[in-house]
Design a protein around this ligand. Structure first.
Ligand SMILES: NC(=O)c1ccc[n+]([C@@H]2O[C@H](COP(=O)([O-])OP(=O)(O)OC[C@H]3O[C@@H](n4cnc5c(N)ncnc54)[C@H](OP(=O)(O)O)[C@@H]3O)[C@@H](O)[C@H]2O)c1
Length: 409
């Protein structure tokens, strides 16, 4: 299996490294006048100019969601991009937060770092971070994929999302979809997989060769990230302790958790302190958890606490880019130093898009080591109901939206 993964990664490298094209920034303003540039970057001319999508034109509650048949058709702006026809989209808590304006300062800057957008606005904005679908068109530098390939991807929050008929992603964010899953099942996985992979592998230092017998604590294990993380750690031979509420216990045990602690029964910290100490903690809940969780790690052994709940975007929203980043730097440095003096590592985990990580996840899915946990399915016409479901909280896996052309009011 290791050999096969190596070939996949290598093929991606070979396909892009042979390209003679230079990735170039195409001016967006006056897009109509630059039609010939866009054709030069892709394998076929764009045939449509508009598409159906759910958009928001301002931040707010559910009433800002608007269905339109006239959203701009996505264009290939870099030669390493592909256009995907969306068959299913997954929703995550970040979509709910973004609908309300969370992260707007940082994400807007990331969308348009040189401030050259014609409108100077991020709107209309399309939400939806997971996509499973079929490649419709490839940029000229894309050699690993071709039109007609069934793919999945986690779309970074600074890009237009998947609640639309088509979406553009880069070739290095996309991956061939697991053959054993339908598009609806596949759309549950990419964003939480890319987040859990980034937190556990890139930040936590876990991999399939060093995970065996390690003791991993997953706090908030019944949600999207937690249900994926349990399965990934179990596939690599680790020992999983999971915290969740009582009615999710059957789910997390069914996914492989070795020990489950119900945080609703009272003293969760006390119950966890009675157990053998941990090599790694993945915290999907944050807040007060930080006050007691680091004491559960094995000191002076390289043990790490990785939390996905960080103040980074909130700081830049409230303090502005410069002060927000400064404040963030001070916070992480002081916390990391404080805990290092006690012999444990304190880290922040972040979503990171990665087609190569999804290639590995695809193999695990097709090998039966990871299964999708679909909480509830909605049609394209029911996107507002899907957001209301997210708002209610208490996720048991993921919310997914099936996108079928014309399936709207
Ligand atoms: N930093 C990043 O780049 C990044 C990326 C993705 C996600 N995140 C964050 O990571 C967190 C998890 O994401 P997700 O998609 O898994 O969210 P989710 O699907 O909403 O799951 C959160 C889970 O936590 C459980 N929970 C709530 N309070 C708890 C507590 N005190 N103790 C134990 N469990 C508790 C909830 O279920 P029950 O209480 O019913 O068991 C729920 O299953 C979210 O805060 C999200 O914003 C951050």
């Amino acid at each position: 299996m290791i050999h096969k993964i190596g070939i996949v990664a290598c093929s991606r490298w070979l396909c892009t490294s042979h390209s003679k094209s230079v990735v170039m920034r195409i001016p967006v303003s006056g897009a109509a006048g630059h039609g010939s540039y866009f054709k030069m970057l892709s394998t076929s001319p764009t045939r449509q100019t508009v598409m159906p999508a759910w958009v928001i034109d301002k931040y707010g509650s559910n009433d800002v969601l608007r269905f339109t048949k006239n959203a701009s058709f996505p264009m290939i702006r870099y030669p390493n991009e592909v256009i995907v026809k969306v068959h299913a989209a997954g929703l995550n808590p970040i979509d709910l937060s973004m609908r309300g304006g969370y992260g707007a300062a940082t994400l807007s800057m990331k969308r348009d770092p040189l401030n050259i957008m014609q409108t100077g606005s991020e709107f209309p904005l399309i939400l939806g971070r997971d996509v499973s679908g079929v490649i419709m068109e490839c940029g000229l530098d894309v050699g690993y994929f071709k039109p007609g390939d069934e793919v999945w991807a986690a779309i970074p929050p600074w890009k237009q999302g998947s609640l639309a008929e088509f979406v553009v992603v880069s070739g290095n964010e996309v991956s061939l979809k697991p053959k054993s899953l339908s598009h609806t099942e596949a759309a549950v996985i990419p964003y939480v997989a890319a987040t859990a992979w980034s937190a556990l592998v890139n930040t936590g230092g876990l991999n399939k060769d060093n995970c065996a017998k390690k003791r991993i604590l997953i706090i908030g294990a019944s949600g999207g990230v937690g249900t994926f993380a349990i399965q990934m750690v179990k596939a690599w031979g680790g020992h999983v302790t999971a915290t969740c509420s009582q009615n999710a216990e059957g789910l997390v045990r069914g996914l492989g958790a070795d020990h489950v602690v119900d945080y609703t029964t009272g003293d969760v910290a006390g119950q966890l302190k009675a157990l053998e100490k941990f090599d790694l903690i993945l915290d999907n809940v944050g807040g007060d958890t930080e006050k007691w969780a680091l004491g559960l790690l094995k000191p002076w052994s390289g043990a790490k606490y990785v939390t996905l709940v960080t103040p980074f975007l909130l700081n830049t929203d409230t303090l502005g880019m410069a002060d927000g980043m400064l404040q963030t730097g001070v916070t992480i440095a002081s916390k990391a130093l404080k805990h290092l003096s006690k012999g444990v590592h304190y880290r922040w985990g972040f979503f990171a898009p990665s087609g190569v990580a999804l290639d590995e996840v695809c193999e695990m899915v097709d090998a039966g080591q990871i299964r999708p946990v679909v909480e509830e399915q909605f049609t394209f016409a029911q996107v507002p109901q899907a957001f209301l479901k997210l708002e209610k909280g208490h996720a048991r896996g993921k919310t997914v939206v099936n996108i079928v052309s014309g399936d709207t009011q």
